[in-house]
Design a protein around this ligand. Structure first.
Ligand SMILES: [Zn+2]
Length: 280
């Protein structure tokens, strides 16, 4: 029997319906054989989440139903959609994802951000009590900008890899539109909703890092206002913050206006009257 669950959420003034057909996506990661065979908690978690991703996850970009493990990469868990060539890196943990996530080496990461060659990231939170996926969201690669990569301290001289510099991904600096939810509180979203959210700002994929960073930073500022309607004057309050992120730009205010216009052209914002914007 097919179980269909509905959850109604009010977002701003419109009703958003999350529908899950439980015959379609199984959120259980439990596997008795894996639990019996392995003893290390981290190894068990890695195998269970990796297996789940391979069996259940579809491509959020093209909805191709199969993601393949990338055999060329052994260091990180990596998947690829052989239909649209998008690559996905999986980060899984039992704790919720808070503001920062530790990632690999800093300079190679900055280099791939500049060249838009990072994979898409997926952040999966599971429960080791009921072995179900609690939350899963994706951050498309076009939301990876220098503003969200933090350089960590070089490893001390006593460390095995002394002088090595890692990085953090600052999740809290990624605008909400850049976090594409797939499962929320054990409830999968409709595939079509996931794809629509993914595509909304995917034009950024073709833009260079500087342009992507501006758009993402402006979206972050808009969301900091926590208002449906806001004014240009309110956005100018972020002038100093944006100047710090973009130290070579001396025309912050025109840049703010230009980015808001671009978001309007993409259907994210509406101009209401002179100097007033509405977040759709
Ligand atoms: Zn695809």
């Amino acid at each position: 029997m097919t179980m269909v669950k509905f959850k109604y959420l009010f977002k701003d003034d419109h009703l958003e319906i999350m529908v899950q057909d439980s015959s379609k996506m199984n959120i259980n990661i439990f596997n008795k054989d894996v639990l019996e065979k392995y003893h290390s908690k981290s190894q068990i978690a890695r195998i269970l989440t990796e297996n789940w991703f391979e069996q259940e996850m579809y491509c959020p970009n093209c909805l191709h139903q199969e993601l393949l493990k990338n055999p060329n990469n052994t260091e990180v868990i990596d998947f690829v959609c052989d239909y649209c060539d998008n690559e996905f890196q999986l980060k899984a943990q039992s704790k919720p994802f808070y503001s920062k996530v530790v990632d690999g080496a800093f300079y190679p990461m900055m280099n791939s951000v500049q060249h838009n060659t990072t994979p898409n990231f997926s952040f999966l939170q599971y429960s080791s009590e009921n072995w179900k996926i609690q939350n899963l969201f994706f951050v498309p690669k076009f939301f990876f900008t220098p503003s969200i990569i933090e350089r960590r301290k070089a490893l001390s001289s006593t460390a095995r890899r002394k002088g090595w510099i890692g990085c953090n991904v600052i999740l809290s600096k990624i605008p909400e539109l850049g976090k594409i939810k797939v499962i929320e509180h054990e409830l999968p979203l409709l595939e079509k909703v996931v794809q629509k959210n993914w595509k909304q700002l995917s034009f950024m994929d073709k833009e260079h890092a500087g342009k992507r960073a501006w758009l993402s930073d402006i979206l972050y500022c808009v969301q900091q206002l926590k208002k449906k309607e806001f004014s240009l004057v309110e956005m100018y309050e972020f002038e100093e913050y944006l100047a710090k992120l973009h130290p070579t730009n001396y025309h912050i205010r025109p840049k703010i206006r230009q980015q808001l216009q671009m978001l309007r052209d993409q259907g994210v914002l509406k101009f209401k009257e002179r100097g007033t914007y509405v977040f759709k």
